[in-house]
Write a protein that binds this ligand. Sequence first.
Ligand SMILES: Cc1cc2nc3c(=O)[nH]c(=O)nc-3n(C[C@H](O)[C@H](O)[C@H](O)COP(=O)(O)OP(=O)(O)OC[C@H]3O[C@@H](n4cnc5c(N)ncnc54)[C@H](O)[C@@H]3O)c2cc1C
Length: 391
Amino acid sequence: MVDAVVAGGGPAGSTCALLLARAGLTVTLVERATFPRRKVCGEYLNSGAVAALDRIGVLNDVRAQAFALHGVRLVPPHAPAVELPFTSGALSCERETLDAILLRAAVYAGVTVVHGRVEDVLRDRGRIDGLWVRNDDGTAYEVRARWTVGADGCGSIVARRAGLVRHSWQRPRFAVGGHYTGFGDLGGFVEMYVGAGAYFALNPLSHDMTNVMVVVPKSALKRWSGFVDEGVAGKAAELGRGHRSFAAAHRAGTRAAYGPLAHSVRAPITRGAVLIGDAAGFLNPFTGQGVFLALTSAEHAARAIIASAANRAGETGAFATYAGDRRADFAARKRLSAAVGWLIDVPPLARRAAAKLARSPRLSATLVDALAGMRPPQTALVPAVLGKLVL
Ligand SMILES: Cc1cc2nc3c(=O)[nH]c(=O)nc-3n(C[C@H](O)[C@H](O)[C@H](O)COP(=O)(O)OP(=O)(O)OC[C@H]3O[C@@H](n4cnc5c(N)ncnc54)[C@H](O)[C@@H]3O)c2cc1C
């Protein structure tokens, strides 16, 4: 029996595991993929994520292999681009690299990493007390633990088996993309091209390598069956409207596809278990908050488990504090993401909001900082910000 077992070795799982191990707990982390592994992601690390990596102690390692970003260039339909500068450091970093650095740091902290697929949670008298894991050779075994952490991402098996999942009302969308050369130097700006119900995002990973994501409704993906590359290029050309297209672009490596982009839970805790990162709820990736939320939810959950282990707070109180803080922050981030999603989905509103942001650096800084985790999301959920964008 270990103190904690963590399902998933993405940013959330590795961070939580390493913080628990540094606090002296025995920790086993179960990961089904062989690292370094690919993860479909825009690979943008917002300022809040960068600050969290600094707190965790891996920022120098990440920065050595990352690319500095200066802001977002938002291109609304049939209107000029607007540049929204970041107010503090943001980076782009390939997920193969970022996730491997965090997992390595967890191993260095004393975490036992095992390769296997989590298939179920274990229960004892109504309390979750570990995971049921299957090896590549088909054998299965139990990992019993005082606390179980579900960090197995969007569609989490831990969330499902713990009975915590609820129906998501988000419209099912899918992302397709990959790493490309040939888009030229974006000047350290993430470019977002928005149109009704879809967007096309370019994130510079270096001066000549770009992360490309096209996000479309399920219906578009169905139409592209058998011609996905052509569909993606066509959508990018439509949204890029001559500024950007795939005309000179070449994919480096495999195409990445992911969806549906939705996962929702009714609570991030139950007796004996906590959910963190995407396993605890997924936000529209347009706003680029996923890694920030993975890291910060891991920090908060680790604090709750460490407090329970030290008997400073009973598990119920410590987990309730985690759930309450998470619920308040996540609900506000969800509302802010929904508001931004609504603005970019309706072309006249996207044009109006972009024009307002171009005219007011203060408005731009407030929105950018709220989305980047540098100020509470609630500060942007006020008429003085959202109202100004649409009126
Ligand atoms: C298209 C797209 C673009 C995005 N762009 C950005 C962006 O630019 N910036 C940003 O901050 N966020 C972005 N995100 C969100 C971001 O990728 C996630 O929020 C982040 O990866 C969450 O980290 P995590 O550790 O919770 O989960 P994950 O990174 O998904 O890690 C989960 C881990 O669990 C493992 N796992 C899953 N199931 C099992 C199992 N049964 N047994 C064992 N292991 C298992 C997986 O192999 C994986 O390693 C994007 C997401 C998408 C889909």
